[in-house]
Design a protein. Structure first.
Length: 345
């Protein structure tokens, strides 16, 4: 990340471990030290070279043909994008249909995962290279993509069928619903489908719940969603049918991204955690109360044995604007509403 003259100067010096403003890059024929200021071109020199080398015709040859269409050619151009059904890079987005279009009732939710502290957006949606034995890799292979062209999750963000298979696909994930015989949590992209109690790869669990139209919830510890502000960390869980996330705390940007995808962030009161509640994943959850900025709502925990427990949680829709976005179903839906209202007026 440097200008070309600076790159040349470091190349002449043979190292970047020196003071570029004071140290000598070398010596001239007379043995005098040569510093950067001695060889750095003046603005006038640069302008003269640009004027001599860069011609308007170069831009005209490239850009004018792009827009030089006659009326008949213009009439054949559709204003709509021609989505390619076989593309694994750009696919028609599903944010107006399926789980994204249904009403979020916050009732009858099953836990997709119970997670510890410090869950990062890389746990939620990794961006590393796609492996053949991953859910995304298997999908790409089925689509006829050779393994050497799988690339990374980050490059397939425009194809939800590839990207959503990366949800919780991090092999370092610890889902506390999945344990060994000795009770220790198993590491991996794993989930437990309820009420059957079947342990599967995370994507298979998501597929199962999507087919059942089962509302989901995620229970987590402190600092949920820390790390980079990765969009698919919120998109993936929303498409899976996750309606709420109850955690001890949220990273600021990820909380905003969840709201933008229509997912309700709920925060436990200090002293209340998944551990104090003794949650094991067999429970079902409801949320009761009127949604408003910072409102105290009730998370109703329906235990497998028929008992219920009511837990006070804070609605982390912190402003009226966030409530408006969540109520609309997400930021895209809110934008559509605003657009339709403006055109009607």
């Amino acid at each position: 990340m440097a200008s070309p003259p600076l790159v040349v100067a470091y190349a002449i010096a043979g190292t970047i471990r020196f003071d570029i403003e004071k140290d000598a890059l070398g010596v001239d024929q007379a043995g005098n030290p040569v510093t950067l200021k001695d060889i750095w071109p003046a603005d006038e020199e640069i302008d003269a070279i640009v004027k001599a080398s860069v011609k308007p015709e170069q831009f005209r040859q490239t850009y004018i043909p792009m827009f030089d269409l006659d009326k008949s050619a213009r009439a054949q151009v559709s204003p709509l994008y021609d989505w390619r059904p076989q593309s694994t890079y750009i696919r028609r987005p599903p944010y107006w249909e399926g789980n994204m279009a249904k009403e979020r009732t916050l009732k009858g939710m099953r836990p997709l995962a119970i997670l510890p502290d410090n869950i990062t957006t890389d746990h939620l949606s990794p961006s590393n290279a796609i492996q053949l034995n991953s859910a995304s890799g298997e999908y790409l292979a089925k689509m006829g993509v050779p393994e050497e062209d799988f690339n990374s999750y980050a490059t397939h963000r425009g194809d939800h069928l590839t990207a959503q298979r990366a949800t919780f696909a991090n092999p370092k994930l610890f889902n506390e619903m999945v344990r060994d015989a000795d009770g220790s949590v198993k590491q991996g992209s794993l989930a437990r489908i309820e009420p059957e109690g079947e342990v599967t790869r995370m994507w298979e669990a998501i597929e199962t719940y999507m087919a059942r139209k089962q509302p989901l919830i995620i229970i987590a510890g402190a600092d949920y969603g820390q790390g980079s502000s990765r969009d698919w960390a919120a998109k993936g869980v929303a498409l899976a049918g996750v309606e709420a996330i109850a955690a001890e705390g949220f990273e600021r940007i990820h909380r905003t991204n969840l709201i933008g995808m229509g997912v309700m962030p709920l925060e436990f009161e200090p002293g209340t955690t998944r551990l104090t509640l003794g949650l094991d994943g067999t429970e079902m959850f409801d949320v009761e109360g009127a949604v408003s900025p910072g409102a105290m709502l009730t998370l109703v925990v329906h235990r497998h044995n028929g008992e219920s427990e009511r837990v006070v949680v804070k609605c982390r829709l912190d402003t009226a604007e966030e409530v408006s976005i969540y109520t609309a179903g997400g930021v895209l839906q809110r934008f559509a509403q605003d657009f339709l209202e403006s055109t009607a007026a």
